[in-house]
Design a protein around this ligand. Structure first.
Ligand code: SDX
Length: 429
């Protein structure tokens, strides 16, 4: 039976383009043959209407505020699961059985150490280097140490590299933090769970025992779950594009880290907290809301708005709940930044500008307050986002390599420059 199709008429010539349906969500018009049939390209610079791939990993309904990982709602995964379980789900497509979970956790735990020579990379940086700059460099350097898992055509090597990335990101992130504050590195401990191990590597010192607070460890683990994957966002698309050339997985993840750093993307959690600190008190909120609405003012409310969510980001609701739990546990429930954030949210959600443009708080709005309360400096916020998103990047990278339809990504352009012209000798210019 002939499938559905879309008719495109260009210069009085009509062409039929196949329409493809997914399991849920919008259908797509397959424009792969458009140029061949019409000599014309499509134009969509922000990819607002363009699907780059088929995927089974994550689904977002921006109008309904729905986020599913392999079909499971983020609310259920965050409340009932743990981060390594979500990693298994994203990588393999199903929740692990008890035996599979024990085996997966054991495999990840026993890959958390990095080559001892990795520590020499850190000493090349200034202590005040931004930890994201350090992460870009050190993660890319991993490919220099693990030649036995860079053959992307070998499924076994791809899975070894995937596990190494998931296991070693917390160690490298903690090393970046320790180097930043001038404290000695703390090695991973195999008797701690993933989130507890990370907090221990960040906050333990050789002078005394450090006991991880289980409430804070659970909050950290949940923050990792909330940041794990998010369809074809800018950094994931960067990882896919880098991977489409056959680059090794460590280099692709380093590219994703670089893209995530931008304040419009993963850098928004750092920018959102800096914005709340700049506003400072509730009485100054109207001044900043006016700036955000002023077309001539580049200021935006960081942590608000989203390309896909035109409803409340479901992760932000869970993040807000986690924020209250952490602040209560630490006795900071009257944190002035939280007061400013809650009042700013209330005002923005009733302001016609934000309602009309469907601007709601996103994951980054509350995460910064929580991470600051946990003891991290703002410069570490996007590093934590990268730590968690590594599993999403690596799952999408694997899916891209296994997709028979995928080939090197090479967009075209609308050329608006000079037509062909001849060279002019400098004596005549
Ligand atoms: C993440 O893609 C993902 O999935 C990303 C992410 C993930 O998990 O990977 O969810 C993580 O990156 C979350 C977003 C974090 N960024 C911020 O919080 C930065 C502030 N937000 C904006 O910069 C903006 O909302 C974006 C970048 C998030 C979305 O930009 P779009 O989709 O290109 O939307 P837009 O810039 O075209 O904005 C639409 C309108 C514009 O007004 P008009 O030109 O139509 O008059 O809304 C306005 C914008 O000026 N607007 C804002 C605003 N965000 C958009 N106005 C004030 N404050 C804001 N935050």
């Amino acid at each position: 039976m002939a499938g559905k199709s879309a008719t495109v008429t260009v210069n009085d010539k009509s062409v039929e383009l196949p329409v493809r349906s997914g399991s849920i969500g919008p259908e797509v018009v397959d424009i792969g043959t458009l140029y061949k049939q019409t000599g014309q390209f499509t134009y969509d610079p922000g990819f607002t209407s363009t699907a780059s791939c088929e995927s089974k990993i994550t689904y977002i309904d921006g109008d309904e505020g729905i986020l599913l990982h392999r079909g499971f709602p983020i609310e259920q995964l965050a409340e009932q699961g743990d981060f390594l379980e979500v990693c298994y789900l994203l990588l393999y497509g199903e929740l692990p059985t008890k035996t599979q979970k024990i085996d997966f956790d054991h495999r990840v735990t026993h890959h958390t150490m990095v080559h001892e020579q990795m520590s020499r990379f850190f000493t090349g940086f200034r202590r005040d280097a931004h930890p994201m700059a350090v992460m870009c460099g050190c993660v890319g350097a991993l490919s220099a140490f693990y030649h036995d898992s860079t053959d992307i055509t070998d499924p076994h090597q791809r899975m070894v590299a995937s596990l190494r990335m998931i296991a070693k990101m917390p160690t490298l992130a903690a090393m970046a933090y320790k180097y930043h504050i001038g404290q000695p590195f703390v090695y991973p401990k195999n008797d701690l769970d993933y989130a507890s191990n990370f907090l221990h590597m960040c906050f333990a010192v050789p002078c005394e025992d450090y006991k991880v607070n289980p409430v804070l460890a659970r909050a950290m683990d949940r923050i990792f779950i909330l940041h794990a994957d998010h369809e074809q966002n800018a950094s994931t698309s960067t990882v896919r594009l880098a991977g489409s050339s056959g680059a090794n997985p460590f280099a692709c993840i380093a590219a994703g880290i670089a893209c995530l750093w931008g304040p419009a993307h993963g850098g928004a959690n750092e920018a959102a907290l800096n914005m709340l600190a700049e506003i400072g008190t509730v009485d100054r909120i109207p001044e900043y809301v006016a700036k955000a609405k002023d077309k001539n003012d580049p200021f935006r409310l960081m942590g608000f708005g989203h390309r896909v969510y035109k409803n409340y980001d479901p992760r932000a609701k869970i993040m807000q709940k986690t924020t209250h739990e952490v602040l209560a546990e630490l006795g900071h429930k009257d944190d002035p930044l939280l007061q400013v954030a809650m009042e700013l949210e209330r005002i923005a959600l009733t302001d016609p500008y934000f309602i009309e443009k469907k601007l709601y708080p996103n994951i980054d709005f509350y995460s910064g307050i929580t991470l600051k309360a946990l003891g991290f400096p703002t410069t570490m916020f996007t590093v934590l986002f990268a730590l968690a998103r590594t599993v999403g990047w690596i799952a999408q990278w694997n899916e891209m390599i296994e997709d028979p339809e995928q080939r090197i990504g090479r967009p075209r352009q609308l050329y608006v420059g000079e037509p062909k012209r001849d060279y002019i000798p400098v004596s005549k210019r």
